[in-house]
Design a protein around this ligand. Structure first.
Ligand code: GCB
Length: 590
Protein backbone atom coordinates (compact mmCIF):
# COMPACT_ATOMS: atom_id res chain seq x y z
CA UNK A 1 0.00 0.00 0.00
CA UNK A 2 2.85 2.33 0.72
CA UNK A 3 3.40 2.84 -3.00
CA UNK A 4 0.30 4.98 -3.21
CA UNK A 5 2.00 7.67 -1.21
CA UNK A 6 4.17 8.19 -4.24
CA UNK A 7 1.58 8.98 -6.81
CA UNK A 8 2.85 11.53 -9.32
CA UNK A 9 0.54 14.24 -8.05
CA UNK A 10 2.34 14.11 -4.71
CA UNK A 11 5.77 13.76 -6.16
CA UNK A 12 5.59 17.01 -8.01
CA UNK A 13 3.81 19.34 -5.64
CA UNK A 14 6.89 21.52 -5.37
CA UNK A 15 7.45 23.26 -8.64
CA UNK A 16 10.46 25.19 -9.81
CA UNK A 17 11.89 25.58 -6.35
CA UNK A 18 15.47 25.06 -7.29
CA UNK A 19 15.44 26.05 -10.93
CA UNK A 20 17.11 29.39 -11.57
CA UNK A 21 15.14 32.46 -12.48
CA UNK A 22 16.99 33.46 -15.62
CA UNK A 23 18.08 31.54 -18.67
CA UNK A 24 21.65 31.21 -19.80
CA UNK A 25 22.19 30.69 -23.48
CA UNK A 26 23.92 27.30 -23.66
CA UNK A 27 24.05 27.46 -27.45
CA UNK A 28 26.40 30.45 -27.13
CA UNK A 29 28.54 29.35 -24.17
CA UNK A 30 32.14 28.33 -24.87
CA UNK A 31 32.33 25.36 -22.55
CA UNK A 32 28.90 23.77 -22.99
CA UNK A 33 28.76 20.05 -23.66
CA UNK A 34 25.66 18.31 -24.98
CA UNK A 35 24.60 15.32 -22.92
CA UNK A 36 22.46 14.03 -25.78
CA UNK A 37 22.62 10.40 -26.83
CA UNK A 38 21.38 7.09 -25.51
CA UNK A 39 20.29 7.21 -21.88
CA UNK A 40 19.34 4.19 -19.79
CA UNK A 41 15.68 4.11 -18.84
CA UNK A 42 13.20 2.36 -16.59
CA UNK A 43 9.45 2.58 -17.16
CA UNK A 44 7.90 3.00 -13.73
CA UNK A 45 4.21 2.39 -14.37
CA UNK A 46 3.18 2.18 -10.72
CA UNK A 47 5.41 5.05 -9.58
CA UNK A 48 7.47 2.89 -7.23
CA UNK A 49 10.81 4.38 -8.17
CA UNK A 50 11.05 7.12 -5.58
CA UNK A 51 10.17 4.70 -2.77
CA UNK A 52 12.82 2.35 -4.11
CA UNK A 53 15.28 5.23 -4.32
CA UNK A 54 16.10 4.52 -7.95
CA UNK A 55 17.86 7.86 -8.02
CA UNK A 56 20.65 6.25 -5.98
CA UNK A 57 21.37 3.88 -8.87
CA UNK A 58 22.60 1.40 -6.28
CA UNK A 59 24.69 -1.69 -7.01
CA UNK A 60 24.64 -4.66 -4.61
CA UNK A 61 27.73 -4.44 -2.42
CA UNK A 62 27.50 -7.62 -0.33
CA UNK A 63 26.55 -11.22 -1.08
CA UNK A 64 23.24 -10.89 0.75
CA UNK A 65 22.20 -7.61 -0.76
CA UNK A 66 20.07 -7.37 -3.88
CA UNK A 67 18.56 -4.44 -5.73
CA UNK A 68 15.31 -4.85 -7.63
CA UNK A 69 16.08 -2.42 -10.40
CA UNK A 70 19.01 -1.68 -12.62
CA UNK A 71 19.73 0.92 -15.22
CA UNK A 72 22.22 -1.45 -16.85
CA UNK A 73 21.29 -3.71 -19.76
CA UNK A 74 17.72 -2.50 -19.97
CA UNK A 75 15.78 -0.04 -22.06
CA UNK A 76 17.76 2.71 -23.78
CA UNK A 77 16.11 5.90 -24.98
CA UNK A 78 17.32 8.65 -27.25
CA UNK A 79 17.76 12.07 -25.73
CA UNK A 80 16.46 14.37 -27.06
CA UNK A 81 13.26 12.66 -28.03
CA UNK A 82 9.87 11.68 -26.71
CA UNK A 83 9.58 8.17 -25.29
CA UNK A 84 6.17 7.55 -26.91
CA UNK A 85 7.59 7.29 -30.41
CA UNK A 86 10.62 5.19 -29.45
CA UNK A 87 8.98 2.08 -28.05
CA UNK A 88 5.69 0.71 -29.45
CA UNK A 89 4.39 -0.12 -25.95
CA UNK A 90 4.86 3.50 -24.91
CA UNK A 91 2.72 4.98 -27.68
CA UNK A 92 -0.06 6.04 -25.28
CA UNK A 93 2.04 6.01 -22.12
CA UNK A 94 1.48 8.72 -19.54
CA UNK A 95 3.42 8.24 -16.36
CA UNK A 96 6.86 7.94 -14.82
CA UNK A 97 9.98 7.13 -16.77
CA UNK A 98 13.42 7.19 -15.14
CA UNK A 99 16.39 8.25 -17.23
CA UNK A 100 20.00 7.69 -16.24
CA UNK A 101 23.42 8.30 -17.69
CA UNK A 102 26.93 9.06 -16.53
CA UNK A 103 29.22 11.80 -17.71
CA UNK A 104 32.80 12.73 -17.01
CA UNK A 105 33.69 16.05 -15.46
CA UNK A 106 36.60 17.80 -13.89
CA UNK A 107 36.04 20.02 -10.93
CA UNK A 108 37.82 23.21 -11.83
CA UNK A 109 38.82 25.73 -9.18
CA UNK A 110 36.95 29.04 -9.42
CA UNK A 111 34.41 27.62 -11.84
CA UNK A 112 30.71 26.86 -11.66
CA UNK A 113 28.99 23.99 -13.38
CA UNK A 114 25.40 23.86 -14.56
CA UNK A 115 22.95 21.38 -16.00
CA UNK A 116 20.60 22.89 -18.54
CA UNK A 117 17.47 21.13 -19.80
CA UNK A 118 15.95 22.73 -22.89
CA UNK A 119 12.62 20.93 -22.38
CA UNK A 120 11.31 17.97 -20.38
CA UNK A 121 7.65 17.03 -20.56
CA UNK A 122 5.89 17.48 -18.29
CA UNK A 123 7.56 17.30 -14.90
CA UNK A 124 11.14 16.55 -14.06
CA UNK A 125 13.03 15.69 -10.90
CA UNK A 126 16.80 15.63 -11.19
CA UNK A 127 19.42 13.85 -9.04
CA UNK A 128 23.15 14.16 -9.42
CA UNK A 129 25.25 11.51 -7.68
CA UNK A 130 22.25 10.48 -5.60
CA UNK A 131 21.41 13.98 -4.41
CA UNK A 132 18.27 15.75 -5.55
CA UNK A 133 19.19 19.00 -7.24
CA UNK A 134 15.74 20.24 -8.22
CA UNK A 135 12.37 19.81 -9.89
CA UNK A 136 10.57 21.55 -12.67
CA UNK A 137 7.08 21.66 -14.06
CA UNK A 138 6.24 22.65 -17.63
CA UNK A 139 7.07 20.75 -20.80
CA UNK A 140 8.02 23.51 -23.19
CA UNK A 141 10.45 25.85 -21.48
CA UNK A 142 14.03 25.37 -20.28
CA UNK A 143 15.38 25.14 -16.75
CA UNK A 144 18.84 24.96 -15.27
CA UNK A 145 20.57 24.10 -12.02
CA UNK A 146 23.89 25.12 -10.54
CA UNK A 147 25.44 21.73 -9.69
CA UNK A 148 28.88 22.91 -8.58
CA UNK A 149 28.49 21.49 -5.08
CA UNK A 150 27.18 18.10 -6.19
CA UNK A 151 29.67 17.54 -9.01
CA UNK A 152 32.37 14.86 -8.62
CA UNK A 153 35.78 14.88 -10.19
CA UNK A 154 35.55 12.00 -12.67
CA UNK A 155 32.39 10.03 -13.32
CA UNK A 156 29.06 11.61 -12.40
CA UNK A 157 25.75 9.80 -12.20
CA UNK A 158 22.78 11.76 -13.50
CA UNK A 159 19.22 10.52 -12.95
CA UNK A 160 16.08 12.27 -14.18
CA UNK A 161 12.55 11.21 -13.32
CA UNK A 162 10.13 12.36 -16.00
CA UNK A 163 6.36 12.30 -15.62
CA UNK A 164 3.93 13.26 -18.37
CA UNK A 165 0.67 12.48 -16.58
CA UNK A 166 -1.95 15.07 -17.48
CA UNK A 167 -3.05 17.06 -14.45
CA UNK A 168 -6.18 18.94 -13.47
CA UNK A 169 -3.94 21.79 -12.33
CA UNK A 170 -1.49 21.45 -15.20
CA UNK A 171 -0.76 23.84 -18.07
CA UNK A 172 -2.04 22.51 -20.39
CA UNK A 173 -4.55 20.59 -18.30
CA UNK A 174 -6.43 17.32 -18.84
CA UNK A 175 -7.51 17.76 -22.41
CA UNK A 176 -5.69 19.22 -25.37
CA UNK A 177 -5.73 18.59 -29.08
CA UNK A 178 -2.25 17.20 -29.61
CA UNK A 179 -0.23 14.15 -28.61
CA UNK A 180 0.93 14.12 -25.02
CA UNK A 181 4.54 13.35 -25.82
CA UNK A 182 6.60 12.72 -22.69
CA UNK A 183 10.30 12.48 -22.04
CA UNK A 184 13.46 14.54 -22.26
CA UNK A 185 12.27 16.17 -25.44
CA UNK A 186 15.06 18.63 -26.03
CA UNK A 187 18.82 19.12 -25.61
CA UNK A 188 20.57 18.61 -22.28
CA UNK A 189 23.79 20.52 -21.60
CA UNK A 190 26.56 20.33 -19.03
CA UNK A 191 28.08 23.79 -18.81
CA UNK A 192 31.31 24.82 -17.17
CA UNK A 193 31.85 28.51 -16.55
CA UNK A 194 34.29 30.67 -14.62
CA UNK A 195 33.00 31.74 -11.21
CA UNK A 196 32.54 35.24 -12.58
CA UNK A 197 30.46 34.80 -15.71
CA UNK A 198 27.83 36.42 -17.87
CA UNK A 199 24.50 35.56 -16.31
CA UNK A 200 22.17 37.36 -18.67
CA UNK A 201 21.95 39.97 -21.40
CA UNK A 202 19.28 41.78 -23.32
CA UNK A 203 20.36 43.64 -26.43
CA UNK A 204 17.60 45.21 -28.50
CA UNK A 205 16.59 48.49 -30.13
CA UNK A 206 15.15 51.09 -27.80
CA UNK A 207 11.41 51.34 -28.54
CA UNK A 208 10.78 54.39 -30.69
CA UNK A 209 14.42 54.67 -31.79
CA UNK A 210 15.90 52.90 -34.76
CA UNK A 211 19.38 54.19 -33.97
CA UNK A 212 19.73 53.33 -30.28
CA UNK A 213 20.70 49.90 -29.03
CA UNK A 214 19.79 49.41 -25.42
CA UNK A 215 19.53 46.75 -22.75
CA UNK A 216 21.46 45.24 -19.88
CA UNK A 217 24.35 42.92 -19.24
CA UNK A 218 24.41 40.98 -16.00
CA UNK A 219 27.31 39.29 -14.29
CA UNK A 220 27.19 36.46 -11.77
CA UNK A 221 29.66 35.60 -9.05
CA UNK A 222 31.47 38.90 -8.48
CA UNK A 223 31.59 40.84 -5.23
CA UNK A 224 33.26 43.85 -6.83
CA UNK A 225 32.10 45.80 -9.89
CA UNK A 226 33.43 44.22 -13.08
CA UNK A 227 34.21 45.38 -16.57
CA UNK A 228 32.00 43.62 -19.06
CA UNK A 229 32.53 43.92 -22.81
CA UNK A 230 29.89 44.07 -25.47
CA UNK A 231 31.09 43.58 -29.02
CA UNK A 232 29.14 43.75 -32.26
CA UNK A 233 32.07 44.02 -34.69
CA UNK A 234 30.03 44.64 -37.82
CA UNK A 235 28.53 47.71 -36.18
CA UNK A 236 31.87 48.83 -34.79
CA UNK A 237 30.55 48.34 -31.26
CA UNK A 238 33.20 47.52 -28.69
CA UNK A 239 31.97 48.80 -25.34
CA UNK A 240 33.43 48.25 -21.91
CA UNK A 241 30.82 48.72 -19.23
CA UNK A 242 31.09 48.74 -15.42
CA UNK A 243 28.63 46.60 -13.48
CA UNK A 244 26.93 47.90 -10.32
CA UNK A 245 26.60 46.21 -6.92
CA UNK A 246 24.03 43.78 -8.38
CA UNK A 247 26.30 42.82 -11.24
CA UNK A 248 24.17 44.82 -13.66
CA UNK A 249 25.22 47.21 -16.38
CA UNK A 250 22.53 49.04 -18.32
CA UNK A 251 23.57 50.60 -21.58
CA UNK A 252 22.42 52.69 -24.48
CA UNK A 253 24.59 52.83 -27.58
CA UNK A 254 24.14 55.06 -30.62
CA UNK A 255 24.24 52.85 -33.68
CA UNK A 256 22.31 52.42 -36.87
CA UNK A 257 22.01 48.70 -37.56
CA UNK A 258 20.47 47.36 -40.72
CA UNK A 259 17.01 46.49 -39.49
CA UNK A 260 15.81 42.89 -39.38
CA UNK A 261 12.85 42.28 -41.65
CA UNK A 262 11.36 39.26 -43.42
CA UNK A 263 12.97 40.01 -46.78
CA UNK A 264 16.35 40.82 -45.21
CA UNK A 265 16.59 39.04 -41.86
CA UNK A 266 19.90 40.54 -40.86
CA UNK A 267 21.45 39.31 -37.60
CA UNK A 268 24.75 40.47 -36.11
CA UNK A 269 27.41 38.33 -34.45
CA UNK A 270 27.47 39.59 -30.86
CA UNK A 271 29.60 38.69 -27.86
CA UNK A 272 29.33 39.54 -24.19
CA UNK A 273 32.45 38.84 -22.15
CA UNK A 274 33.70 39.21 -18.62
CA UNK A 275 37.19 38.00 -17.66
CA UNK A 276 37.68 34.65 -19.41
CA UNK A 277 33.94 34.05 -19.93
CA UNK A 278 32.35 34.79 -23.30
CA UNK A 279 28.84 34.21 -24.60
CA UNK A 280 28.12 34.55 -28.31
CA UNK A 281 24.85 35.18 -30.01
CA UNK A 282 23.44 36.42 -33.29
CA UNK A 283 21.12 39.32 -32.71
CA UNK A 284 18.80 41.18 -35.03
CA UNK A 285 17.33 44.63 -34.49
CA UNK A 286 13.86 45.72 -35.45
CA UNK A 287 11.02 47.78 -34.15
CA UNK A 288 7.51 46.44 -33.66
CA UNK A 289 4.56 48.49 -32.50
CA UNK A 290 0.86 49.03 -32.83
CA UNK A 291 -0.54 52.14 -34.42
CA UNK A 292 -4.33 52.14 -34.12
CA UNK A 293 -5.46 49.03 -35.95
CA UNK A 294 -2.14 48.47 -37.70
CA UNK A 295 1.03 46.65 -36.77
CA UNK A 296 4.13 48.53 -37.79
CA UNK A 297 7.38 46.72 -38.43
CA UNK A 298 10.24 49.21 -38.57
CA UNK A 299 7.68 51.97 -38.93
CA UNK A 300 5.83 50.41 -41.87
CA UNK A 301 2.48 48.57 -41.83
CA UNK A 302 2.93 44.85 -42.20
CA UNK A 303 0.49 42.07 -43.09
CA UNK A 304 1.26 38.85 -41.25
CA UNK A 305 1.17 35.93 -43.66
CA UNK A 306 1.20 33.19 -41.13
CA UNK A 307 0.78 29.51 -40.44
CA UNK A 308 0.39 27.36 -37.31
CA UNK A 309 2.26 24.13 -36.68
CA UNK A 310 3.00 21.75 -33.85
CA UNK A 311 6.50 20.76 -32.78
CA UNK A 312 6.10 17.41 -34.48
CA UNK A 313 7.52 15.46 -37.40
CA UNK A 314 4.42 13.63 -38.63
CA UNK A 315 6.30 11.00 -40.60
CA UNK A 316 8.31 10.04 -37.53
CA UNK A 317 5.23 10.19 -35.28
CA UNK A 318 7.26 12.12 -32.77
CA UNK A 319 8.44 15.45 -31.50
CA UNK A 320 10.78 17.65 -33.55
CA UNK A 321 14.07 18.40 -31.80
CA UNK A 322 17.01 18.75 -34.21
CA UNK A 323 18.30 21.34 -36.67
CA UNK A 324 17.27 18.99 -39.49
CA UNK A 325 13.72 18.86 -38.08
CA UNK A 326 13.64 22.65 -37.82
CA UNK A 327 14.79 22.99 -41.44
CA UNK A 328 12.15 20.54 -42.63
CA UNK A 329 9.32 22.44 -40.92
CA UNK A 330 10.54 25.94 -41.70
CA UNK A 331 11.29 25.20 -45.35
CA UNK A 332 7.68 24.09 -45.80
CA UNK A 333 6.56 27.32 -44.09
CA UNK A 334 8.69 29.36 -46.47
CA UNK A 335 7.43 27.47 -49.50
CA UNK A 336 3.91 28.55 -48.57
CA UNK A 337 4.96 32.18 -48.85
CA UNK A 338 4.74 33.02 -45.15
CA UNK A 339 6.44 35.80 -43.22
CA UNK A 340 4.90 34.82 -39.87
CA UNK A 341 4.41 31.72 -37.72
CA UNK A 342 2.41 30.91 -34.65
CA UNK A 343 4.30 28.24 -32.74
CA UNK A 344 1.12 26.72 -31.43
CA UNK A 345 0.45 26.16 -28.63
CA UNK A 346 3.64 26.40 -26.64
CA UNK A 347 7.18 27.67 -26.95
CA UNK A 348 8.81 25.33 -29.44
CA UNK A 349 12.45 24.36 -29.25
CA UNK A 350 15.09 27.01 -29.80
CA UNK A 351 16.33 25.38 -32.98
CA UNK A 352 12.95 26.06 -34.58
CA UNK A 353 12.79 29.62 -33.27
CA UNK A 354 16.32 30.45 -34.41
CA UNK A 355 15.89 28.82 -37.82
CA UNK A 356 12.66 30.75 -38.35
CA UNK A 357 14.27 34.02 -37.34
CA UNK A 358 17.21 33.51 -39.68
CA UNK A 359 14.83 32.87 -42.55
CA UNK A 360 12.83 36.01 -41.92
CA UNK A 361 9.77 34.76 -40.06
CA UNK A 362 8.04 36.89 -37.46
CA UNK A 363 6.85 34.77 -34.56
CA UNK A 364 3.83 34.59 -32.24
CA UNK A 365 5.02 32.61 -29.23
CA UNK A 366 2.50 31.32 -26.72
CA UNK A 367 2.42 29.63 -23.33
CA UNK A 368 0.24 26.49 -23.23
CA UNK A 369 -2.75 28.02 -21.42
CA UNK A 370 -5.06 26.08 -23.74
CA UNK A 371 -8.79 25.80 -22.97
CA UNK A 372 -9.95 23.87 -19.87
CA UNK A 373 -7.55 25.56 -17.42
CA UNK A 374 -8.58 25.57 -13.75
CA UNK A 375 -8.23 29.33 -13.27
CA UNK A 376 -9.89 29.26 -9.83
CA UNK A 377 -6.98 27.19 -8.51
CA UNK A 378 -4.42 29.60 -7.00
CA UNK A 379 -1.46 27.53 -8.25
CA UNK A 380 -2.35 28.31 -11.86
CA UNK A 381 -1.23 31.93 -11.78
CA UNK A 382 2.09 30.95 -10.30
CA UNK A 383 2.71 28.17 -12.82
CA UNK A 384 1.68 30.36 -15.73
CA UNK A 385 3.94 33.16 -14.52
CA UNK A 386 6.87 30.77 -14.37
CA UNK A 387 6.23 29.50 -17.89
CA UNK A 388 5.85 33.01 -19.18
CA UNK A 389 9.09 34.13 -17.56
CA UNK A 390 10.99 31.14 -18.86
CA UNK A 391 9.72 31.83 -22.38
CA UNK A 392 10.61 35.52 -22.23
CA UNK A 393 14.00 34.92 -20.57
CA UNK A 394 14.88 32.42 -23.29
CA UNK A 395 13.79 34.40 -26.33
CA UNK A 396 14.05 38.05 -25.35
CA UNK A 397 16.94 38.60 -27.78
CA UNK A 398 15.16 37.09 -30.78
CA UNK A 399 14.19 39.78 -33.28
CA UNK A 400 11.85 37.27 -34.89
CA UNK A 401 9.57 37.17 -31.85
CA UNK A 402 7.10 40.03 -32.21
CA UNK A 403 4.17 38.82 -30.10
CA UNK A 404 4.06 37.05 -26.74
CA UNK A 405 0.75 35.27 -26.41
CA UNK A 406 -0.61 34.47 -23.00
CA UNK A 407 -3.48 32.11 -23.84
CA UNK A 408 -5.55 30.21 -26.38
CA UNK A 409 -9.32 29.90 -26.23
CA UNK A 410 -10.01 30.47 -22.55
CA UNK A 411 -13.56 31.10 -21.34
CA UNK A 412 -14.23 34.38 -19.55
CA UNK A 413 -14.84 34.23 -15.78
CA UNK A 414 -13.76 36.47 -12.91
CA UNK A 415 -10.87 34.14 -12.10
CA UNK A 416 -9.77 33.80 -15.69
CA UNK A 417 -10.00 37.54 -16.31
CA UNK A 418 -7.91 38.26 -13.22
CA UNK A 419 -5.22 35.68 -13.97
CA UNK A 420 -4.87 36.65 -17.61
CA UNK A 421 -4.86 40.40 -17.08
CA UNK A 422 -2.15 39.84 -14.46
CA UNK A 423 -0.22 37.89 -17.06
CA UNK A 424 -0.60 40.66 -19.64
CA UNK A 425 0.83 43.12 -17.10
CA UNK A 426 3.67 40.79 -16.23
CA UNK A 427 4.53 40.30 -19.90
CA UNK A 428 4.61 44.04 -20.54
CA UNK A 429 6.82 44.57 -17.51
CA UNK A 430 9.21 41.75 -18.50
CA UNK A 431 9.45 43.02 -22.05
CA UNK A 432 8.07 46.40 -23.06
CA UNK A 433 9.55 46.01 -26.56
CA UNK A 434 7.06 43.46 -27.92
CA UNK A 435 3.32 43.12 -28.33
CA UNK A 436 1.11 40.98 -26.13
CA UNK A 437 -1.70 38.94 -27.64
CA UNK A 438 -4.14 36.13 -26.92
CA UNK A 439 -6.29 33.91 -29.15
CA UNK A 440 -10.05 34.08 -28.58
CA UNK A 441 -12.72 31.67 -29.78
CA UNK A 442 -15.73 33.39 -28.19
CA UNK A 443 -16.59 35.64 -31.10
CA UNK A 444 -20.39 35.70 -31.45
CA UNK A 445 -22.66 36.30 -34.41
CA UNK A 446 -25.41 38.90 -34.28
CA UNK A 447 -28.05 37.69 -36.70
CA UNK A 448 -29.93 41.00 -37.08
CA UNK A 449 -26.82 42.99 -37.81
CA UNK A 450 -25.08 40.21 -39.75
CA UNK A 451 -21.97 40.95 -37.69
CA UNK A 452 -19.40 39.09 -35.63
CA UNK A 453 -18.50 40.74 -32.31
CA UNK A 454 -16.43 39.91 -29.25
CA UNK A 455 -17.37 40.74 -25.67
CA UNK A 456 -14.42 39.86 -23.50
CA UNK A 457 -12.60 42.07 -21.00
CA UNK A 458 -9.32 40.39 -21.84
CA UNK A 459 -9.49 41.70 -25.38
CA UNK A 460 -9.19 45.19 -23.91
CA UNK A 461 -5.98 44.32 -22.09
CA UNK A 462 -3.99 42.85 -24.98
CA UNK A 463 -2.27 44.78 -27.79
CA UNK A 464 -3.29 42.36 -30.53
CA UNK A 465 -6.44 40.23 -30.68
CA UNK A 466 -6.25 36.78 -32.22
CA UNK A 467 -9.45 35.05 -33.32
CA UNK A 468 -9.91 31.33 -33.94
CA UNK A 469 -12.99 30.74 -36.04
CA UNK A 470 -13.83 27.56 -37.91
CA UNK A 471 -16.63 28.66 -40.20
CA UNK A 472 -17.49 25.81 -42.49
CA UNK A 473 -16.34 23.20 -39.99
CA UNK A 474 -17.54 23.49 -36.38
CA UNK A 475 -20.16 25.99 -37.48
CA UNK A 476 -21.57 26.82 -40.91
CA UNK A 477 -21.07 30.20 -42.57
CA UNK A 478 -24.13 32.13 -41.35
CA UNK A 479 -24.61 33.79 -44.75
CA UNK A 480 -22.72 34.36 -47.97
CA UNK A 481 -19.13 35.14 -46.95
CA UNK A 482 -19.01 38.45 -48.83
CA UNK A 483 -21.99 39.71 -46.78
CA UNK A 484 -20.55 38.93 -43.35
CA UNK A 485 -19.23 41.88 -41.35
CA UNK A 486 -16.77 41.86 -38.46
CA UNK A 487 -16.68 44.30 -35.59
CA UNK A 488 -14.28 42.43 -33.38
CA UNK A 489 -12.00 44.63 -31.29
CA UNK A 490 -12.49 47.31 -33.95
CA UNK A 491 -9.89 49.64 -32.40
CA UNK A 492 -7.13 47.02 -32.36
CA UNK A 493 -5.18 44.94 -34.85
CA UNK A 494 -6.84 41.58 -35.40
CA UNK A 495 -5.16 38.39 -36.55
CA UNK A 496 -7.19 35.42 -37.71
CA UNK A 497 -5.07 33.07 -35.62
CA UNK A 498 -6.94 29.90 -36.65
CA UNK A 499 -9.38 28.82 -39.34
CA UNK A 500 -9.64 25.81 -41.63
CA UNK A 501 -11.17 22.37 -41.80
CA UNK A 502 -10.26 18.73 -42.14
CA UNK A 503 -9.51 16.92 -45.39
CA UNK A 504 -7.88 13.63 -46.21
CA UNK A 505 -5.16 13.89 -48.79
CA UNK A 506 -6.21 12.18 -52.02
CA UNK A 507 -9.92 12.16 -51.19
CA UNK A 508 -12.08 14.04 -53.68
CA UNK A 509 -15.76 14.73 -53.35
CA UNK A 510 -18.38 17.37 -52.92
CA UNK A 511 -16.98 20.84 -52.30
CA UNK A 512 -20.14 21.62 -50.33
CA UNK A 513 -20.23 18.62 -47.98
CA UNK A 514 -18.14 18.76 -44.83
CA UNK A 515 -18.43 15.04 -44.20
CA UNK A 516 -16.92 14.29 -47.58
CA UNK A 517 -13.62 15.00 -45.77
CA UNK A 518 -12.41 15.92 -49.22
CA UNK A 519 -9.64 18.18 -50.43
CA UNK A 520 -12.30 19.93 -52.52
CA UNK A 521 -14.35 20.85 -49.46
CA UNK A 522 -11.28 22.15 -47.66
CA UNK A 523 -10.28 24.19 -50.69
CA UNK A 524 -13.75 25.71 -50.89
CA UNK A 525 -13.73 26.64 -47.19
CA UNK A 526 -10.40 28.40 -47.56
CA UNK A 527 -11.72 30.37 -50.53
CA UNK A 528 -14.81 31.39 -48.58
CA UNK A 529 -12.72 32.50 -45.63
CA UNK A 530 -10.50 34.66 -47.80
CA UNK A 531 -13.62 36.24 -49.33
CA UNK A 532 -14.93 37.03 -45.86
CA UNK A 533 -11.58 38.43 -44.71
CA UNK A 534 -11.79 41.17 -47.33
CA UNK A 535 -14.41 42.86 -45.16
CA UNK A 536 -12.56 42.75 -41.85
CA UNK A 537 -11.26 46.30 -41.59
CA UNK A 538 -8.77 45.70 -38.78
CA UNK A 539 -7.35 42.43 -40.11
CA UNK A 540 -3.55 42.51 -40.02
CA UNK A 541 -2.76 38.86 -40.49
CA UNK A 542 -3.97 35.32 -41.03
CA UNK A 543 -2.64 32.09 -39.68
CA UNK A 544 -4.51 28.99 -40.91
CA UNK A 545 -4.84 25.90 -38.81
CA UNK A 546 -2.58 24.07 -39.62
CA UNK A 547 0.53 23.30 -41.70
CA UNK A 548 0.75 19.50 -41.25
CA UNK A 549 -1.79 16.90 -40.20
CA UNK A 550 -0.87 16.16 -36.60
CA UNK A 551 -1.46 13.41 -34.11
CA UNK A 552 -4.17 13.83 -31.55
CA UNK A 553 -5.78 11.08 -29.49
CA UNK A 554 -9.01 13.09 -29.35
CA UNK A 555 -9.57 12.54 -33.08
CA UNK A 556 -11.37 9.22 -33.18
CA UNK A 557 -13.09 8.91 -36.55
CA UNK A 558 -12.10 5.40 -37.64
CA UNK A 559 -11.71 6.07 -41.36
CA UNK A 560 -10.83 9.72 -41.64
CA UNK A 561 -8.83 10.45 -38.54
CA UNK A 562 -7.49 7.40 -36.69
CA UNK A 563 -5.78 9.60 -34.13
CA UNK A 564 -4.90 12.39 -36.55
CA UNK A 565 -6.22 15.92 -36.77
CA UNK A 566 -6.58 16.24 -40.53
CA UNK A 567 -6.70 20.03 -40.81
CA UNK A 568 -3.22 20.08 -42.32
CA UNK A 569 -2.57 21.86 -45.58
CA UNK A 570 0.03 19.13 -45.93
CA UNK A 571 -0.67 15.48 -45.11
CA UNK A 572 1.22 13.43 -42.55
CA UNK A 573 3.25 12.03 -45.45
CA UNK A 574 4.17 15.46 -46.74
CA UNK A 575 1.73 15.73 -49.65
CA UNK A 576 0.24 19.15 -50.29
CA UNK A 577 -3.56 19.27 -50.35
CA UNK A 578 -5.50 21.53 -52.71
CA UNK A 579 -6.06 24.19 -50.03
CA UNK A 580 -2.28 24.63 -49.80
CA UNK A 581 -2.38 26.31 -53.23
CA UNK A 582 -5.21 28.61 -52.15
CA UNK A 583 -3.17 29.85 -49.22
CA UNK A 584 -0.06 30.16 -51.37
CA UNK A 585 -1.93 32.28 -53.90
CA UNK A 586 -3.43 34.49 -51.19
CA UNK A 587 0.03 35.14 -49.74
CA UNK A 588 1.75 35.62 -53.09
CA UNK A 589 -0.79 38.31 -53.96
CA UNK A 590 -0.38 40.34 -50.76
C1 GCB B 1 -8.72 25.05 -31.98
C2 GCB B 1 -7.52 24.86 -31.13
C3 GCB B 1 -6.52 23.91 -31.77
C4 GCB B 1 -7.24 22.72 -32.33
C5 GCB B 1 -8.17 23.20 -33.42
C6 GCB B 1 -9.02 22.09 -34.03
O1 GCB B 1 -9.46 25.97 -31.83
O2 GCB B 1 -6.91 26.06 -30.79
O3 GCB B 1 -5.58 23.54 -30.81
O4 GCB B 1 -6.38 21.74 -32.80
O5 GCB B 1 -9.05 24.15 -32.91
O6 GCB B 1 -8.55 21.42 -34.93
O7 GCB B 1 -10.13 21.92 -33.56
Amino acid sequence: MKAFLFLPTLIFLTTHLAAQSFMMNPYGCKDARLLNGKWNAIVDLYCRGEAMKMYENRQPKTDTEFVEYSFKNGLRLDVPGDFNSQVPELKYYEGNVWYQRTFEATRTANHHQFLYFAGVSYQAAVWLNGKEIGRHEGGFTPFQFDVTNELLDGTNDLVVLVNNTRRVDGIPAMNFDWWNYGGILRDVFFINRPEIHVRDYKIQLKPGHQDLITGHLQIQGAREPQTVCLQIPELGINESLKTDANGLADFEIKSKPQLWEPTAPKVYATTVAVGSDTVSDEIGFREIKVDGTRILLNGKPVFLKGINFHEEIPQRLGRAYSDADASMIISEVKALGCNFIRTAHYPQNERIVRTAEKLGLMIWEEIPLWQGIEFSNPVILNKAQNMLKEMVYRDKNRAGIIIWSIANETSPSDYRDQVLTDLVKLTHSLDPTRLVGAAFDNVGYNKEAGTFTLKDKLSEAVDVVGVNKYLGWYQPFPMAPEKIRWQVAPQKPLIMTEFGCEALYGVHGSADTAHSWSEDYQENIYQKNYTMFENIPNLVGTSPWVLFDFRSPTRCHPQNQEGWNRKGLVSDKGQRKKAWWVVKKFYDNR
